[in-house]
Write a protein that binds this ligand. Structure first.
Ligand code: MLT
Length: 311
């Protein structure tokens, strides 16, 4: 009887509002992607998708909330690369990247940018590195906590140049950007989905992008490779998940809605404007499974090599 009731619920899915959890603050890069995506998935689902910002602990609080949620398709997660880094950065991240979720699909890939407050003395990457090395006790680096993309990129950067900086953790790079604009913090490595507008407006200084190629919407910004850091490349892939045990007919509908959403011209236009690449061909469970299977051990290995112990 329980099974029959479950099947009937799956057949009616969705008959009310769906909650999409973003594990970072409102007004930041993940939130920007999620809000556009929620809108783009709505026509297929015939229901509103509401974004809930459940921020904290580098994204692990919101992610583990969805891991524990009722597996009925009304709680879904929009998270990024941090999904695969946090399990080796925390002793108890609150979820298992393999067993806690049903993967729905990949969403977008977003380059990062190394930026500073607008009155920061350095005007290019060489000046930036020289300045940091000469003033390492004074320079502060914002991030969104251990497990965040900004923390990953910031760590890669400080390791590449061989310095340790004071890091200031926020619940998302949305609020971190506010403090950068207010000149309360010096530097940040953050996604183009949060930094593009500020870079174009000149309200922050930008030094490089972390993608292999330049970003079409920020054509003047050199890559890290062009700047002399030839192995420095990182892209912030995003994925969508439902809690483990969500019935297959429900996840099938979410996959269909995700694929239709990514195909929508409005979503594509918004993402292109923010420097993001839409991963339409990988918007399926198999591609996301493959990504996670590849990324979790890759980052574990990299942190181990770097001597980073789980907290
Ligand atoms: C955010 O949405 O605030 C970011 O994705 C945080 C980060 O991972 O750096």
């Amino acid at each position: 009887a329980l099974l029959a009731a479950g099947a009937a619920q799956a057949a009616d899915y969705p008959d009310h509002v769906i909650n999409m959890v973003v594990p970072f603050s409102a007004g930041g890069p993940t939130d920007n992607v999620a809000r556009s995506l929620a809108e783009a998935m709505r026509p297929t689902l015939g229901q509103t998708v509401v974004v809930e910002n459940k921020a904290g602990a580098g994204g692990t609080i919101g992610t583990s909330q969805v891991a524990r949620a009722k597996p009925d398709g009304y709680s879904i997660l929009l998270m990024h690369i941090g999904f695969s880094t946090a399990p080796s950065l925390y002793k108890s991240p609150g979820y298992d990247p393999k067993s806690s979720f049903e993967p729905i699909g990949l969403v977008v890939d977003v380059p990062m940018t190394i930026i500073a407050r607008s009155d920061f003395p350095a005007n290019n990457m060489k000046e930036l590195v020289d300045y940091i090395k000469a003033n390492k006790d004074k320079v502060s680096l914002a991030n969104a906590g251990i497990g965040a993309a900004s923390q990953l990129c910031g760590t890669m950067f400080t390791q590449a140049i061989g310095v340790d900086l004071l890091t200031i953790p926020y619940k998302g790079t949305g609020p971190a950007m506010n403090d950068l604009l207010g000149k309360q913090v010096d530097l940040m490595c953050d996604q183009t989905t949060n930094t593009s507008q500020q870079i174009k407006a000149g309200t922050v200084k930008a030094y490089a992008v972390t993608s292999k190629e330049r970003v079409p919407t920020l054509p003047d910004l050199p890559t890290m490779q062009e700047s002399g850091y030839k192995d420095f490349e990182v892209g912030i892939w995003h994925g969508m998940w439902a809690p483990a045990g969500t019935p297959k007919p429900v996840t099938d509908k979410l996959v269909a809605a995700l694929q239709a959403g990514l195909a929508s011209p409005e979503f594509q236009k918004r993402m292109a404007g923010l420097g993001a690449t839409v991963l339409a061909d990988e918007a399926n469970p198999a591609a996301l499974t493959k990504k996670v299977d590849q990324q979790v051990p890759q980052w574990a290995e990299m942190f181990k090599k770097a001597g980073l112990e789980p907290q």
